[in-house]
Write a protein that binds this ligand. Structure first.
Ligand SMILES: *Cc1c(COP(=O)(O)O)cnc(C)c1O
Length: 425
C-alpha cells in the first residue's frame, strides 16, 4: 500500500469505506503503472487478465502500452470492451487455452483473435474452423513446472497445460495439414515461481523452438513473476528483473543467430502487475473467543477472496480503528494478540488465516473491536476475479484510485443481481 498508514494511495481508507461500503477492493492505479514500466525492456508486455479483469484495469494497461492475454470468450469480450483492437501486429489480444469450448472457438473466429494452442486438438479445431490458412502459436509444456503451490504449477507431467514437449512433430504435422503457420512458441510453467525456476524456461524454449520450423517470429516467456506476500519473501528487484531480461534476451539472440531471423520477445505477467496494487477493505463484525482461539470475523469471506481457503495463501493484514483516520492512531492502548481471521460464510473453511492443509493458524493484530476496518493487503491479483456468489453473497465493490481520487469501477452487486436469469417454472 503506498502512502501513510490508514491511506491507500493517499486517500483515507475510512472515507473509502464510508463512501463505498465494505467489503470493497481498492486498486492503486499508479502502482500498476509502475509495474508495467518495470518490464518495458521486453518487446511486448501481455497482461494475463485472469489475475484481475476489471475494465478499468484493462483500460489502464492498454493506455500504458500493454497488450492482453485472454483465456475465455468472456475475457476476449472484456478486452474488446476496454478498447483493445481485435487484430494487429503484434496481436493486441491472444487467446491462450488448452481447449476451445464452442463459445470461445466461435468468438476467436468471429473477431479474428490470435490463438495460442495448448493441445493438439485445438490445432485441428482451429484449422477446421478457419477452413485452412492462418497462423497459430503453441504453448509448450517443457516437462517441468513450478508454482507457489501445487495448484499453481502449470508445467510437468501432472499439469494439463500446454502441448507436451515431445509432441511438437505431431503438432507441426497437424498445423501443416490445415495450412496453419506456427509463428510463436510460448511457455508458462506456473504462478508465483521463483526466478531461478523461471530462468530454466528460457533454456527449454531455446532448445525446443528450432523444431517449430521457418515461420517462428515470437517467443513468450509466460508469466509467473513472484510477488512478496510476506515481509522477507524475495521480491523482484530492478536488478533481478534486469538479469531475468538479460537471460531471455541472450536466449533470443542465440536463436536469432541460429534461425537467421528476428524474434520478438514477450512477457505475460498477471499477478506481478496487480497483486500489490490491491487492498481488500473489510469491516470487523464480531470478535469472540473459542477455547484458546481469538476470532476476528469480518464481512468478507472466501466468496470475496478465495486464495487463503484455496491455497493456504498468506495475506498481510492491518487494523484501522473505527473513527480514526490513521492506522496506529487509537491503537496505542490496544494490545497485540494472535488472532484467527474469518468471514461470514456458513462454512468452517471460511478462514483467512490458514495453512495449505487447511489448518487454522494465527496472525498478530491489535485487539479488534466491532466497527474497526481490517485491511487485507496484496489482494489485487486473483482476488475479485476468483470471487463468487457462494452463500448468496453479492460480490464486492471495486474502487480504483487515480489522480488522488477514488473512482467506483464496479458497483457492489445487489440482491437482484444474484437472481438474474433465474425463474420458477
Ligand atoms: C495465468 C497465466 C499467466 C499469468 O500468471 P501470473 O502468475 O499471474 O503471472 C500467464 N500466462 C498464462 C497462459 C496464464 O494462464
Amino acid at each position: 500500500m503506498r502512502g501513510p498508514c490508514g491511506e491507500i494511495a493517499f486517500v483515507p481508507v475510512a472515507e473509502i469505506a464510508r463512501d463505498f461500503g465494505t467489503p470493497t477492493y481498492v486498486y492503486d492505479a499508479a502502482a500498476i503503472v509502475e509495474r508495467i514500466a518495470e518490464l518495458s525492456r521486453f518487446d511486448v508486455l501481455r497482461y494475463a487478465q485472469k489475475a484481475n479483469s476489471n475494465l478499468a484495469v484493462l483500460d489502464l494497461c492498454r493506455r500504458h502500452g500493454a497488450l492482453v492475454d485472454a483465456v475465455s470468450a468472456g475475457e476476449i469480450h472484456r478486452a474488446l470492451a476496454a478498447g483493445f483492437d481485435a487484430q494487429g501486429d503484434p496481436p493486441p489480444i491472444v487467446y491462450t487455452a488448452d481447449v476451445f469450448d464452442r463459445e470461445s472457438l466461435d468468438c476467436v473466429i468471429e473477431h479474428g483473435i490470435a490463438v495460442n494452442c495448448g493441445s493438439p486438438d485445438m490445432i485441428d479445431q482451429y484449422g477446421e474452423s478457419t477452413g485452412g490458412g492462418g497462423e497459430i502459436t503453441l504453448r509448450i509444456n517443457p516437462g517441468f513446472g513450478h508454482g507457489h503451490n501445487r495448484k499453481t504449477n502449470t508445467g510437468g507431467a501432472h499439469s494439463k497445460h500446454g502441448v507436451w514437449h515431445e509432441d511438437l512433430p505431431d503438432c507441426l504435422a497437424r498445423a501443416r495439414r490445415h495450412g496453419l503457420r506456427i509463428t510463436g512458441a510460448h511457455m508458462h510453467i506456473g504462478s508465483g515461481a521463483d526466478l531461478e525456476h523461471l530462468a530454466q524456461v528460457a533454456g527449454a524454449l531455446e532448445r525446443l523452438a528450432p523444431q517449430l520450423g521457418g515461420d517462428l517470429h515470437t517467443l513468450s516467456a509466460g508469466g509467473g513473476l513472484p510477488v512478496p506476500y510476506r515481509a522477507g519473501e524475495p521480491a523482484s528487484t530492478p536488478e533481478t528483473l534486469a538479469s531475468y531480461f538479460r537471460l531471455w534476451d541472450a536466449a533470443r539472440r542465440r536463436l536469432e543467430a541460429r534461425l537467421g531471423r528476428a524474434l520478438r520477445l514477450e512477457i505475460e505477467p498477471g499477478r506481478y502487475l496487480v497483486a500489490e496494487a490491491g487492498t481488500l477493505v473489510t469491516e470487523v463484525r464480531a470478535v469472540k473467543r473459542q477455547g484458546g482461539n481469538h476470532f476476528v470475523l469480518v464481512d468478507a469471506g472466501f466468496n470475496t477472496l478465495a486464495r487463503p481457503a484455496m491455497y493456504g495463501a498468506y495475506h498481510p493484514m492491518s487494523l484501522l480503528p473505527k473513527n480514526s483516520r490513521a492506522a496506529g492512531a487509537g491503537l496505542e492502548e490496544r494490545k497485540v494478540c494472535e488472532v484467527v481471521v474469518g468471514g461470514p460464510l456458513c462454512e468452517s473453511g471460511d478462514i483467512f488465516t490458514q495453512d495449505e492443509e487447511g489448518m487454522v493458524r494465527t496472525q498478530p493484530l491489535p485487539e479488534a473491536q466491532v466497527g474497526d476496518l481490517l485491511l487485507i493487503g496484496c489482494a489485487g491479483a486473483y482476488g475479485f476475479s476468483m470471487s463468487s456468489n457462494y452463500n448468496s453473497k453479492p460480490r464486492a465493490a471495486e474502487v480504483m484510485i487515480s489522480g488522488g481520487r477514488a473512482h467506483l469501477v464496479r458497483a457492489r452487486e445487489t440482491g437482484a443481481d444474484l437472481m438474474r436469469g433465474e425463474r420458477i417454472p
